[in-house]
Design a protein around this ligand. Structure first.
Ligand SMILES: Cc1cc2nc3c(=O)[nH]c(=O)nc-3n(C[C@H](O)[C@H](O)[C@H](O)COP(=O)(O)OP(=O)(O)OC[C@H]3O[C@@H](n4cnc5c(N)ncnc54)[C@H](O)[C@@H]3O)c2cc1C
Length: 381
């Protein structure tokens, strides 16, 4: 149970309701969706009906006007209920905020109501085959042509990419201007010249689709521009704080799940006449894991509280994203080790957790890029 001070009784009631929803609508189907490499669209609509998509959006767009702590609750409970591949946090807390903060009135009107009902699934298309960490090197272009932008290029590793109805795309409106030439433009699923490439086969996160996107003279209305031309990098930097916090929540919750699995197993499996967890080497291993998880929780909750207060926490959120993503991998590794061969078997939950956490130090900015940001803020350039 998370007892952070920013949770009120209303938050806890919401958590209980969402936990029941996950237990009924997600956990029993998780294995089937992992196998199918997809979550059914009906889940999005069910979540929308109950107010679990973008609950922070204002009521005029169908939201509930709730704070970020509700998004944290959804993210945590999805992870606890085996729904850690459901692409909802990416939709609600990463992609849609771009539209809500920087969209033109026409774009907001067109997309936001569907984002709360589940009829519109959103994605973020920044990474390209030749540019991930170095986003200033993207090659996708967007050229203004009358009342439209015409996009050419491709994206890869895009979460929700195979099903997205709207994608926040980073493209160069001024290719020679480096990062100052990057703009953000919305591409809707029906746009002429927009197609999906492969849905990629990943190491983990199997129920989540990760796809390639292709733009061939893809034409979208000019009102799909977010903010101003050439300001895309600045908008990304503004939103990355919440994206990295969202991933940090996942890292921490999954570390707690790994520890839980390891402890339960270590108390029940016996070897040499006693539970394996009572052999001192393993007891100490579990003590170390529990300490790391506790440190992570304290740090994370402090950051969530600061984010809720509207503070700028880029430096500390970069530290959290780096440390928590590495920490959950250390904990997952040790948890599998404690399970012995059972930990290597698909029928054990820890096996899937181990696979799924491996992507966390890579996505949303790698650990190395986080350290780059941290060290620059320490004056090391
Ligand atoms: C599961 C998953 C989901 C994803 N979802 C999305 C999504 O929805 N939208 C999206 O746009 N992208 C998405 N990505 C892509 C992700 O953002 C990129 O993978 C990430 O930014 C790293 O880019 P890259 O893979 O091109 O690696 P590269 O940038 O090529 O880096 C390769 C290695 O070099 C290191 N490196 C790079 N530059 C430096 C440096 N200056 N100093 C030290 N080391 C460096 C990196 O840390 C890494 O270890 C997703 C990735 C994964 C795995």
């Amino acid at each position: 149970m998370n007892t952070a001070s920013f949770y009120t009784e209303e938050h806890e009631i919401f958590r209980e309701g969402f936990r029941r929803f996950v237990a009924a609508e997600i956990t029993p189907h998780a294995a089937e969706w992992e196998e199918a490499r997809a979550v059914p669209r009906s889940l999005w609509r069910k979540m929308g009906e109950q107010g679990f998509l973008c609950p922070w959006l204002p009521e005029e767009y169908g939201g509930l006007g709730l704070d970020f702590a509700y998004s944290v609750i959804i993210n945590e409970e999805l992870a606890r209920g085996d729904g850690f591949g459901v692409g909802v946090p990416l939709h609600s807390d990463v992609a849609v905020p771009y539209i809500a903060s920087y969209g033109t009135p026409e774009a907001k009107e067109r997309f936001l109501p569907g984002c709360t009902t589940g009829e519109v699934i959103a994605a973020v298309g920044f990474t390209e085959p030749d540019a991930g960490s170095d986003l200033a090197a993207i090659r996708t272009t967007a050229v203004r042509d009358g009342d439209s932008y015409v996009l050419n290029g491709q994206k890869t590793f895009i979460t929700n990419g195979a099903v997205a109805d709207v994608v926040v795309v980073a493209a160069k409106t001024e290719p020679e201007a480096g990062h100052r030439g990057v703009s953000l433009i919305l591409v809707d699923g029906e746009a002429p010249g927009f197609s999906r490439g492969r849905t990629l086969e990943k190491m983990g996160y199997h129920m989540q689709d990760t796809a390639e996107l292709v733009f061939e003279d893809c034409r979208v209305p000019a009102f799909h521009l977010l903010g101003e031309e050439g300001r895309g990098f600045k908008l990304m930097m503004e939103k990355l704080q919440q994206e990295r916090l969202e991933v940090s929540v996942k890292c921490q919750t999954m570390a707690e799940e790994c520890l839980k699995e390891a402890l339960e197993y270590a108390k029940t499996r016996t070897a040499f006449g006693k539970p394996i967890g009572c052999h001192q080497a393993n007891a100490f291993r579990l003590a170390e894991m529990a300490t790391e998880v506790e440190l992570g929780r304290t740090f994370l909750d402090d950051l969530i509280a600061a984010h809720l207060r509207g503070e700028e926490i880029v430096q500390r959120v970069s530290m959290a994203k780096y440390w928590l993503a590495e920490m959950v991998n250390r904990v997952a590794y040790q948890a599998v080790q404690l399970h012995g061969a059972y930990g290597y078997m698909e029928e054990y939950r820890i096996c899937r957790l181990y696979r799924d956490v491996r992507g966390l130090p890579i996505l949303a900015g790698t650990s190395e890029i986080m350290k780059l940001i941290i060290s620059r803020n320490l004056g090391l350039r």
